[in-house]
Design a protein around this ligand. Structure first.
Ligand code: FAD
Ligand code: FES
Length: 244
């Protein structure tokens, strides 16, 4: 579907937020596949988490890491973008109000969408990144705990430190929703299993087709081999069998 881009701006160095028209519905945790160039080079679409969808306007937040995202960053308001989706599984509605949203870098995108769709929930966000420049949207959550590896903003260290000190983590009532780099997700998964908390992880590994055909995104889980783009990207804690 060709969509009209409403805004596109650099929100932090190398990080962009784009809003475009979208006529369908989508749920937090799902993703779309964006065609980054008019021609077919690069051929493959790029997967992006949905960061918001309200009143026919969808938003994505992305980091420029290679050719595809660099082309995406060149697009301006008034340009068109070819959008496919939504695809994949969504976060399931937690049975508790004590929701712990844990984001690493660009992983904040689907959690922001979740927070906007669930304003009445007592959710605490834990947002981590390497430096201040990698901390996005922390002011858009009602409760946010920030951690950076170099201490340039928030607490110095990993985002798991403020997470495990939170009351809803310590008393095991918290339900974790996490998205970020694989190492962070693996650490949170192992902590949650060890400490007896439940939750869900949204994986952002590499994808090919995005809709179940190429098998380029298969991961091992306790329920057998699953495609991240169809059965995921959202998996329960304790479900993914980590490779390393
Ligand atoms: C379900 C899902 C949701 C995603 N949501 C977002 C999002 O909201 N915002 C965002 O910025 N990115 C997101 N990504 C990652 C995004 O799709 C990639 O960054 C993008 O496809 C890279 O394209 P490129 O052409 O710029 O980089 P490439 O030229 O393809 O790669 C550049 C470098 O980035 C690495 N890389 C590429 N893709 C990934 C990946 N998925 N994970 C780790 N390293 C990668 C490559 O190994 C290479 O080193 C998501 C990925 C998935 C699977
Ligand atoms: S990306 Fe092709 S099957 Fe998942």
């Amino acid at each position: 579907m060709k969509s009209n881009i409403i805004t596109s701006r650099e929100v932090k160095r190398g990080y962009f937020r784009m809003e475009f028209e979208f006529a369908g519905e989508a749920l937090p945790g799902q993703f779309i596949m964006l065609k980054v160039a008019e021609h077919n080079d690069p051929l493959l679409r790029r997967p992006m988490s949905i960061a918001g969808l309200d009143g026919g306007v969808m938003s994505v937040i992305f980091k420029v890491v290679g050719r595809g995202t660099a082309l995406l960053a060149e697009k301006k308001a008034g340009d068109h973008i070819d959008v496919l989706g939504p695809f994949g599984s969504a976060f399931t509605p937690p049975k508790t109000d004590a929701v712990l949203l844990v984001a690493g870098g660009i992983g904040v995108a689907p959690l922001l969408f979740w927070a906007k769709r669930n304003p009445s929930r007592r959710a605490a966000a834990f947002i981590g990144g390497a430096t201040e420049n990698d901390i996005l949207c922390s002011d858009e959550f009602s409760e946010a705990h920030v951690a950076t590896e170099n201490g340039s903003v928030g607490r110095k260290g990993l985002v798991t430190a403020p997470l495990i000190e939170h009351a809803a983590y310590k008393n095991k009532t918290g339900y974790i929703l996490a998205c970020g780099p694989t190492g962070m997700l693996k650490a949170i998964d192992q902590l949650a299993v060890k400490d007896g908390l439940r939750g869900e992880l949204s994986l952002e590994e590499r994808m090919g087709c995005g809709f179940g055909v190429c098998l380029g995104c298969v991961c091992d889980t306790t329920g057998g081999r699953k495609r991240m783009c169809v059965e995921g990207p959202v998996f329960k804690t304790g479900e993914v069998l980590w490779r390393t």
